[in-house]
Structure formats: structure tokens, C-alpha cells
Design a protein around this ligand. Structure first.
Ligand code: DQA
Length: 148
């Protein structure tokens, strides 16, 4: 089983960026925790990527079929604005779980809408870095389930 984790803009600054909202854990640490969890769950390949560029996120999603079996995606600010990221998800038909560190529903009104969530199996938010590990567990569980 191969899983691709994609993080969007400004998430490279985790640990320094608004720690009251996003916590003190860096993206590198989140990725290290995910790698350990993936190994424990028997995931053959876990690739983690981050970009500040919308088009790069679109390209990675487009290229994902054939390279991975499922996606974990935190589109960050593009969650609320990007028709392009949403359309890329609609094009690829890969199981995807959306993650947000913060509870976007408890924040500004412009964060209450996710353009991407309707294309995902589910969404986990407000649980900090743990959300990524829970998403991985959910994705592995889904992919291991016999197809209907
Ligand atoms: C975020 C929430 C978004 O609203 C915000 O733009 C981010 C991070 C989160 O993980 O909580 O950059 O996706």
C-alpha cells in the first residue's frame, strides 16, 4: 500500500507559525510521526510533500494515480478558495482524507467552507498533529477493506 501526504501553503512554517493556533510541532516532526505509524500499520510507502504553490498541488494530485493508493491532504488556505485543487481531486478518483490541525469551524467565517471536503472520504480537524495519524489509520483501514 502506498500513501501520499500533501500539505499546502504555509504548513512548512508549522512550529513557528501562529503556535497558539497550530501548536509547536514542526512539519518534519509530523512527517516523522506519520512514518513511524505507517511502518507500524504495514504501509509499504509513505511519501510526504509540501508546497506553497496551488499549481504544484494540482500536479501532484493529477500524478497520484499509479503512484499511490490513497491521499492525505491538508490544502491549508486553498481548502477555502481552490476550485483547481477540488477539480483535481474530482479527476483522480483516489480515496482521500482531508486534515486540518485547527478546528476551522471555530475560526473566521471564511474558513467554514471547504471546497475540497466533498471530494474526500472524510475530514478530520481540530485535533492537531494527531489528525494526520488518525487519517492514516482510517485510510489504511479503508484500503484494506474488501471492495464492494
Ligand atoms: C489549516 C486551516 C486553514 O484555514 C489555514 O489556512 C491553514 C491551516 C489547518 O490545518 O488548520 O493554513 O488547513
Amino acid at each position: 500500500m502506498r500513501i501520499l501526504v500533501i500539505n499546502g501553503p504555509n504548513l512548512n512554517l508549522l512550529g513557528q507559525r501562529e503556535p497558539d493556533v497550530y501548536g509547536a510541532v514542526s512539519l518534519a516532526e509530523i512527517e516523522a510521526r506519520l512514518a513511524r505509524r505507517a511502518a507500524a500499520l504495514g504501509v509499504a510507502s509513505l511519501v510526504c510533500r509540501q508546497s506553497n504553490h496551488e499549481g504544484e498541488l494540482v500536479t501532484w494530485i493529477q500524478e497520484a494515480p499509479g503512484q499511490c493508493d490513497g491521499l492525505i491532504l491538508n490544502p491549508a488556505a486553498y481548502t477555502h478558495t481552490s476550485v483547481a485543487v477540488r477539480d483535481a481531486l474530482a479527476a483522480v478518483h483516489l480515496p482521500c482524507i482531508e486534515v486540518h490541525l485547527s478546528n476551522t469551524h471555530a475560526r473566521e467565517a471564511f474558513r467554514h467552507v471547504s471546497l475540497t471536503a466533498p471530494l474526500c472520504l472524510g475530514q478530520i480537524q481540530g485535533l492537531g498533529p494527531l489528525g494526520y495519524e488518525l487519517a492514516l489509520e482510517a485510510l489504511v483501514n479503508t484500503l484494506n477493506r474488501p471492495q464492494k
